[in-house]
Design a protein around this ligand. Structure first.
Ligand SMILES: [Zn+2]
Length: 125
């Protein structure tokens, strides 16, 4: 079994189908997990595809942030919910940088537009 970087089971059954077709995600949590996996794999295209155009960074800025040497080491989803076209996912992502390790806890907001869940923004905690 190829385990998924997000920790959600086997990669072919977890984030792979969402990365192949983001509109196949039924919940914001699936998009959030696939975005974590995209950070692990430096998948610029998937991050931009699933980012709301109003809040998405410039492509070159995002590319620079993906090249900063951060190694993502694990994901914990604390809670996830959605009603109608808005959703929330609270998670902690563990990382290692050349300066040391740490954890990022974020409460992310998602919106559904044209039948696709998109990452809107997140508050760090
Ligand atoms: Zn996954």
């Amino acid at each position: 079994m190829i385990s998924c970087p997000c920790g959600g089971g086997s990669y072919p059954e977890c984030c792979k189908p969402v990365i192949a077709n983001p509109s196949s995600a039924d919940t914001p949590e699936q998009i959030m997990r696939s975005r974590y996996t995209a950070y692990v794999r430096r998948d610029l295209k998937h991050l931009l595809t699933t980012w709301h155009p109003d809040t998405a960074p410039e492509r070159c800025d995002l590319a620079a942030s993906l090249a900063d040497g951060t190694v993502w080491q694990g994901l914990t989803v604390h809670c996830a919910s959605h009603t109608g076209t808005s959703g929330r996912v609270e998670f902690t992502a563990h990382y290692l940088t050349p300066a040391g390790g740490g954890a990022l806890r974020e409460n992310s907001r998602f919106v559904k537009e044209a039948d696709r869940w998109l990452y809107l923004d997140g508050k760090h905690q």
